[in-house]
Design a protein. Structure first.
Length: 267
């Protein structure tokens, strides 16, 4: 009997020790309360900081809208609005599709990203209107054939997002045509026009090496005063003389973009 009692005590002690160990394991599995000698706080999760340093090339497409302002500097066949012969002016809205290719480079410092981007876009922007003077025999037309920009960018990144602002130089080929339907006189000019661009947008590193985004830009192209080619001006009735035309084209664009990104060594 004494041996049985001793055996019982040993078995019960072992069982109690086993239950204690199991309870401790369960407590570790569930997480010990703060202040416990066994408590270890969870490690903080480090924010994701992708590498935006590198080169990219891709395309963009979207829409454009804006206005065209004309001012004639002399008397001729073409009757635009205005009370005086010299300084007649007209203004009308324009719009269309725009799209083309983009390419650029970034350099990253911590969360700040600096870069330069080049773009070349074709456009469908073409608008004409009749003179608002009676009789409305004259038609004025402006076409923006293509557009190119060089912009500097500065952005801020978190996770896989990059938000940026940009600005720089813009230029494009603009064709202007004045038509007098009565006299059969046509004056036109097609030339490269300088200007500036300012805007911004965001990019998302959607997949490794694939970046998609959206941009908004405002572009101002000032043609200045130019002599418009008019072989028949100065002949026939009505006004005369080769037209001098001062014009300005101001447009806004919204474009979706996608590019292939080639990273350089980690910054």
């Amino acid at each position: 009997m004494r041996t049985f009692d001793r055996t019982c005590k040993h078995v019960c002690g072992a069982a109690a020790l086993l239950l204690s160990v199991l309870a401790s394991g369960a407590a570790f599995a569930d997480g010990m309360p703060d202040g416990s000698p066994y408590y270890e706080p969870p490690l903080p999760t480090a924010p994701v900081l992708l590498n935006w340093s590198g080169f990219y090339i891709g395309g963009q497409i979207g829409g454009a809208w804006g206005s065209v302002d004309w001012t004639q500097e002399n008397a001729n066949y073409f009757n635009t609005a205005g009370a005086t012969v010299v300084g007649r002016d007209t203004s009308f809205d324009t719009g269309g599709f725009v799209g083309g290719i983009i390419g650029g480079a970034n350099i990253q410092s911590d969360r700040w990203v600096f870069g330069i981007e080049l773009a070349f876009d074709g456009t469908s922007m073409s608008k004409s209107r009749a003179s608002n003077l009676f009789p409305a025999i004259d038609t004025f037309k402006t076409e923006l054939n293509w557009l190119t920009t060089i912009t500097g960018r500065v952005g801020y990144t978190w996770n896989n997002w990059l938000v940026f602002a940009r600005g720089g130089w813009a230029g494009g080929e603009i064709k202007e045509t004045l038509t007098d339907s009565t006299a059969g006189v046509v004056a036109s000019d097609e030339s490269f026009v300088d200007g500036w661009i300012v805007g911004g947008g965001f990019d998302v590193m959607a997949w490794p090496n694939i970046v998609v985004g959206l941009t908004y830009d405002y572009i101002d192209l000032n043609h200045g005063t130019q002599v418009v080619s008019c072989p028949n001006c100065g002949t026939g009735g009505g006004g005369g003389g080769t037209p001098l035309l001062d014009s300005q084209t101001k447009i806004s664009t919204i474009m979706a973009r996608a590019s292939y990104f080639i990273p350089i060594d980690d910054y």
